[in-house]
Ligand binder design. Structure first.
Ligand code: KIV
Ligand code: ZN
Length: 523
């Protein structure tokens, strides 16, 4: 395999390593299809992310395929694949990355006493030997190798120094220090990175990196403190998606650096005007809603409700706004088009909102827009975004909603009649239930049998007013498979059915794929 230069930072640059497609996708229920992963990767690349961790190639055939395909299409970023400290993992990662213009293998092993004793059942010397053999093997494939001592923040300092030194000697070019369980604090983490850089021979020749989990809500603060301690790469994910409470949120890290140059005198290469689009895309494909008051990308992040605030903002936005909404890609809600708008205007609007659709997808979206404009008085940008995201998440699905009738009200048992297109054949079922949603989901289950439990059913409104579109998220769990689906429509029942059908489609696809073994999950 050819060699390529590792990404090293100048002292003022903080390299952004995005792990939405690896740590993020690993979070239960957030699994994405190949098509969705490719869309996310393309946007991360456009946004200026330096390194895209595209997946964990040995975890499943699906992960391998995703890393392979992403490696083929990413133009600017380094594409990275994760591997445990074993030959098979590293060989598989190298194979998946072979088409990348610039590739990185990220190999890791648990170094803390808990991980050594209980997870790996290896002693210190055995773990040390694996560090040496894994980094050495990865270096045979590429000269851009990242090594992580998993659970570093709970590892004895002298042993951590020893293993980091070994990884550097064997050719690792980035040393990532994971706070795997989100346990550290900002001061402690800064001191840890500083200590490693001061004590470990060769530390000056590599880039130190942070990988902070958010179990105590400190992931972003810890990452920035790591940079103060000398790290120059932050591992993060869009919307903070990741195992358990997630990873450091990319948008928060980037905007903190951009907004508070006095406190954080560094820069990143991220085009921040794409942050909102990335947040929406990741939320749509993972079906993880973004909380309204989430920093930077939440619906309320720039909304001023109280009279005093509104008055101040109207007089001078800086009275209550520390960032400009447009700097993160927030557009003011605008009335876009009505039922008389034509294809051309619709295509222009989609482009302005950042969607480029093929001819068929464009026709489908246009048909739905016309239908929406007939039913809804005002069509906003948000409506079009919800509609297109719904359309995108359902593209290529085997099972489609064709027709739905729901009867509910006082004095009548809730009933649903559902017609689905299953591989080209229309099938209709009628069911009663505890409520209209229950009846509808039962009818879908009767057509596409499955044992999944409904873990989450969430309804939100895309805009204000009672004619707003409903946006529904559904999460299903069947054995070790967790899938999510989303749907949008002015009719909450139709949106619910679309979301449920979308989740069922993912379940059917996941059944057909090799599942990642639980022990392959890396936190
Ligand atoms: O949290 C963690 O330790 C990880 C490693 C694989 C870097 O995700
Ligand atoms: Zn992690």
């Amino acid at each position: 395999m050819s060699t390529n230069q590792p990404t090293t930072a100048d002292r003022d640059q903080v390299v952004i390593f995005d792990t939405t497609l690896r740590d993020g996708e690993q979070s239960p229920g957030a699994s994405m299809t190949l098509e969705e992963k490719l869309q996310v990767a393309a946007l991360l690349d456009e946004m200026g992310v330096d390194i895209i961790e595209a997946g964990f190639p040995i975890a499943s055939n699906g992960d391998f395929e995703a890393v392979t395909e992403i490696a083929k299409v990413v133009k600017n970023a380094v594409v990275c694949g994760l591997a445990r400290a074993g030959n098979a993992d590293i060989d598989r990662a190298a194979e998946a990355l072979k088409h990348a213009e610039r590739r990185r293998i990220h190999t890791f092993i648990g170094t803390s006493p808990l991980h050594r004793q209980f997870q790996l059942q290896l002693d210190k010397d055995q773990v040390y030997e694996r560090v040496v053999s894994s980094v050495t093997r990865a270096r045979n494939y590429t000269d851009d190798v990242e090594w992580s001592p998993m659970d570093a923040t709970r590892t004895e300092h002298d042993y951590l120094c020893r293993t980091v030194e070994a990884a550097i000697k064997c050719g690792a070019t980035t040393i990532n220090i994971p706070d795997t369980v989100g346990y550290t604090t900002p001061d402690e983490f800064e001191a840890l990175i500083r200590m490693l850089i001061e004590k470990v021979p060769g530390a000056g020749d590599v880039v130190f990196s942070t990988h902070c989990h958010n179990d105590l809500g400190l992931a972003v603060a810890n990452s920035l403190s790591g940079v103060a301690g000398g790290a120059r790469q932050i591992e993060c994910s869009i919307n903070g998606l990741g195992e358990r409470a997630g990873n450091a949120a990319l948008e928060e890290v980037v905007m903190a650096i951009k907004t508070r140059g006095d406190a954080y005198p560094y820069y990143t290469k991220i085009d921040t005007t794409l942050l909102m689009r990335a947040s929406k895309l990741v939320s749509a494909v993972s079906a993880f809603p973004v909380q309204y008051n989430k920093a930077i990308v939440g619906k309320n992040a720039f909304a001023h409700e109280s009279g005093i605030h509104q008055d101040g903002v109207l007089k001078n936005a800086e009275t209550y706004e520390i960032m400009k909404p447009e700097d993160v890609g927030v557009k003011s809600t605008s009335l876009v088009m009505g039922k008389h708008s034509g294809r051309h205007a619709f295509r222009e609007k989609l482009l302005a909102l950042g969607f480029e659709l093929g001819d068929n997808a464009m026709e489908d979206a246009f048909r739905r827009f016309k239908d929406l404009a007939d039913r809804k008085k005002h069509v906003f940008d948000e409506d079009i975004e919800a509609l297109v995201e719904d359309e995108m998440s359902q593209a290529g699905e085997k099972v489609k909603l064709v027709a739905l009738t729901v009867i509910a009200g006082t004095g009548t048992p809730p009933k649903a009649v559902v017609t689905l297109d299953v591989d080209g054949e229309h099938v209709t079922r009628e069911e009663t239930g505890d409520g209209p949603v229950d009846a509808m989901f039962k009818a879908i289950r009767a057509i596409v049998p499955h044992e999944a439990n409904l873990q989450l059913y969430q309804v939100g409104a895309v805009t204000e007013d009672s004619d707003a579109q409903a946006e529904v998220s559904v999460r299903l769990e069947e054995g070790d498979k967790i899938v999510t689906g989303r749907g949008a429509d002015t009719d909450t029942m139709i949106a619910s059915a679309r979301a449920y059908v979308s989740a069922v489609n993912k379940l059917v696809t996941r059944r057909a794929k090799t599942k990642p073994a639980a022990e392959l999950r890396a936190v």
